[in-house]
Design a protein around this ligand. Sequence first.
Ligand code: PMP
Length: 390
Amino acid sequence: MELSNRITHLTPGGSDGWEVFYKARALKTAGEPVTELTIGEHDIRTHPSILDAMHVSAKGGHTGYAAVPGTQALREAVATRIQTRTGVATGAENILITPGGQAALYAAFNAICDEGDTALFIDPYYATYPGTIRGIGGVPQAIPAYPRNGFQPRAEDIEEHAKGATSLLINTPNNPTGAVYTRDTLQAIADTCIANDLWLISDEVYDTQVWDGSHLSPRALPNMADRTLVVGSMSKSHAMTGSRVGWVCGPADAIEHLINLATHTTYGVPGYIQDAALFALGEGTPLEDVVSAPFSRRRKITEDLLAKQNIVKGCPISGAMYAMLDVRATGLSGQDFANALLDEHLIATMPGESFGTAAAGHVRVAMTIDDETYTSALQTLLDFAKDKAS
Ligand code: PMP
């Protein structure tokens, strides 16, 4: 039997730079002591107080179908959080609760992208972006943001592809680069969206992990609230990756349609998960700080170690849980560097090439293991680079 083109073409197949990751996982399964600096998953687990709230809710009977758009209380809490952080008037009618940010991305594209529409996104990119766009029949078009510009996209590069496109997807703080887009970058993006009548999807799942400057949601820029869908999630901010709870924030009429989509796809998010998320948001920034503190510490460790050598260049780690390291001075591609580092030292990193073309010659390090092991693994990486460069 034939499967649909849509499903069989979701991911292009062939080499996509993820081989190092799979090799590392296989080695680990075989019992090798691999140090994994690959995936964006905290080394701490969901805070016990959040689990208590989940437990109380489930025991209290919130195990049946929950309201499809999200519980009124959680929609209101998310709306309040966004309004407080951005100053943009936001109510429950602007919020759809989703099973995580990934489902929010898929829903957002469903709302704005028809079959054959061109959807722009920035390279380097989070791995699922092109597949998400293909999944709803859109045509993904990457726009490079270069290391020499600190991985900040430039308006002229977006402009070049904007004609005929329907939407632009951005992500700040950024995975995989650690860049936080400046006000100027975001204003230029907003101007380009308005001039070319593009929807903007703003993936802000790392909005609590900012080390330099501050997070600015482009929805808050003049005339952007009506053309922006913000994707948010509890995964990164509250170490709730496995709970699968996030949201889309956007114009009420778009959300109205997205509720309809949710009825036909997810049928909502479990009530006890939503109650746990509500509790977690109620704890405010102190709890978010507990979750983000390890990355802030490891960012400092990274910068200190990088400063002691001159082979590997760091890109500014302004936000999120990653460091993008420029290893071009070794003469190796990111992929060859990552492969050799795994083979020779059992340290797994992600080749820059697995995030598109713009981060070629780089490796991404996820700062997601304990400080001591992280420090030693990074030092080994730097010594290895020095060795290769000489
Ligand atoms: N966007 C970005 C940039 C991400 O890095 C991730 C997860 N790694 C997601 C969205 C999806 O996260 P989740 O579905 O867990 O909310």
